[in-house]
Each structure stands twice: as structure tokens, then as C-alpha cells.
Design a protein around this ligand. Structure first.
Ligand code: GLP
Length: 274
């Protein structure tokens, strides 16, 4: 596991964007797993800049998003601040600014009529694409990936999942309150890739910033593996794992000095990506 600690959010985002761009450059038809939330916005901004200024080419890239709220769909007629779908988020924060083909974008359909069959179909599409080369992940405050809330099996697959109180509260603060939408109108379910699905990605890049997440980062990387903190499954992944943190998010890691030293040594001996 490469644990990379950068001074602040901007430097963490620089690093994460470089890792993703590296995959796109070395395998122009790579399959990326993408995430929503406030954390990846800085990474996406940099990818957009690389596309515009350096010609980073997404024309053959396929993407699969982790999750989507159930019961809502993207509505481009609405102003962005009133459309809370993850599809809209991806459209505004990344896709509309780069040359990715519409048919290469996969985001779980929050309006799927038969969600069970749909989830199976989604998994099949990932397999058909050859699997995910690099999965980008944030970290929920209760330690979830996607919407794999505490108690989700570490072998879980793409499915409908009920959201827990912490996630609903966070979403309310981050979106509904600001948009003046009553709490009752929030979706209480989501379609999410499972932990088992995520672990099949060949490489994982998890990004986390901010002091608010320092406790959960420490539990996730240094605590016991448990379905109560589903992102602890990172410790079970067998492929390439990179965790990019800012100083604040890394501040409660017991072995912080060790991780910094390992990174320094890897760079000195040329084992490191950048
Ligand atoms: C939601 C998403 C997660 C994301 C998390 C953290 O729960 N389903 O995929 O990682 O929010 O979001 P943020 O980056 O805003 O802290």
C-alpha cells in the first residue's frame, strides 16, 4: 500500500490527478472507476485542465461510477444546485469538459424499474469492459465506500442499499439545506457497487482530506478489518493500492512518520510514480 501524504488539499489533488492521468496516458482505452463527493472535485478540475492544455485524451476511456441515489435521475432542465443526482454531478464536474464519449460513461441508473436485474446488468458491463483498471474512491465519514454503509458484507456486489443516519445528515447539510429542499424529499436508498465489486478493481486510489476524517482514516488503514467500517476492506485488496491524504486527514495515523519515510525512500531509490 502506498500511503502518500501531501501538505494540503491542492497538493493531494495534484497527486491524484497525476496518477489517473498516468493510467490514461499509458492505456488510452483504460477503464476508470469514478467517485462523487466534495473530495474528488479538485482532482477532476486538474484532469480537465490536463485535457485542455496538454491534450489528455479520454476518447477511448470507459468510466463506471460507484453509486447513485435511488429514485432520482439527472434532469438537465433543472439548475445544477437543484439536481442532486450523481449523474449530474459527474456531468458538471468532469464529463461535459472532456472528450469522453457518452456511450462510454456508466453511472448506476437511479430510476431503474427493476433494480435487482439492473444491478446485475451493471456488474456484467464492468466484466464486459475487462474490469476496472483504476478505481478512485473517497471515504464517507462513517468509513464507507460508495454507499456501502456499516454492516455491508465485505463480499457485497452492486445492489440497492438503505442509507444510514450519518450519511443522510451529511447529505442534508451538504446539499438539501442549501437548496432549501425539505428533508423528507431526500432519497433514503442508493444503488452502489459492492465492496466485493470494488475489490476486483485492479488498482485502487483512495483520496481523503480534512481533519474531520482523521479518525476514520486511522481506523480504515490501521484498525482491524470490519464490515462496520467497509473501507477497511482496502487492507484486503491484492492489486496496486494508493492512498493520497492531506496532512490533516493523516494527522491521527499512528505510523505517520514511517509512511513519510517510506515515501521518501521510494522516491530516493526511484520506486515511486512521482
Ligand atoms: C458519499 C458518496 C461517497 C463519498 C462520500 C464522501 O457518501 N457516496 O462515495 O466518498 O460521500 O464525500 P465527501 O468527499 O464529500 O466527503
Amino acid at each position: 500500500m502506498d500511503i502518500i501524504i501531501r501538505e494540503d488539499y491542492e497538493a493531494m489533488s495534484d497527486y491524484a490527478a497525476e496518477v489517473i492521468a498516468g493510467f490514461v496516458r499509458s492505456k488510452p482505452d483504460c477503464v476508470l472507476g469514478l467517485a462523487t463527493g466534495s473530495t474528488p472535485i479538485g482532482t477532476y478540475k486538474r484532469l480537465i485542465r490536463m485535457h485542455r492544455e496538454e491534450g489528455l485524451d479520454f476518447s477511448r476511456v470507459k468510466t463506471f461510477n460507484l453509486d447513485e441515489y435511488y429514485g432520482i435521475g439527472m434532469d438537465l432542465e433543472k439548475p445544477y444546485h437543484l439536481d442532486q443526482s450523481y449523474a449530474r454531478f459527474m456531468h458538471e464536474e468532469l464529463f461535459k469538459h472532456i472528450n469522453i464519449k457518452k456511450e462510454n460513461i456508466y453511472i448506476p441508473d437511479g430510476l431503474a424499474k427493476d433494480p435487482e436485474a439492473y444491478c446485475k446488468w451493471y456488474e456484467d458491463q464492468i466484466k464486459k469492459a475487462g474490469g476496472i483498471d483504476l478505481q478512485l474512491l473517497g471515504l464517507g465519514r462513517d468509513g464507507h465506500w460508495g454507499f456501502n454503509e456499516p454492516g455491508s458484507s465485505l463480499g457485497s456486489r452492486t445492489r440497492i442499499q438503505a442509507l444510514n443516519k450519518q450519511t443522510l445528515d451529511d447529505n442534508y447539510e451538504a446539499f438539501y439545506k442549501k437548496a432549501n429542499i425539505p428533508r423528507e424529499q431526500m432519497p433514503h436508498f442508493a444503488i452502489t457497487m459492492g465492496i466485493g465489486t470494488i475489490l476486483e478493481a485492479k488498482n485502487i486510489l483512495m483520496i481523503v482530506n480534512g481533519a474531520k476524517k482523521a479518525d476514520i482514516v486511522a481506523k480504515c488503514l490501521e484498525g482491524p478489518v470490519t464490515s462496520q467500517i467497509t473501507a477497511t476492506a482496502i487492507q484486503l485488496h491484492s492489486g496496486g493500492i494508493t492512498v493520497a491524504l492531506d496532512r490533516a486527514a493523516a494527522s491521527k495515523l499512528e505510523h505517520l512518520e514511517h509512511y513519510l519515510e517510506v515515501e521518501r525512500l521510494k522516491r530516493e531509490y526511484g520506486f515511486h510514480r512521482n
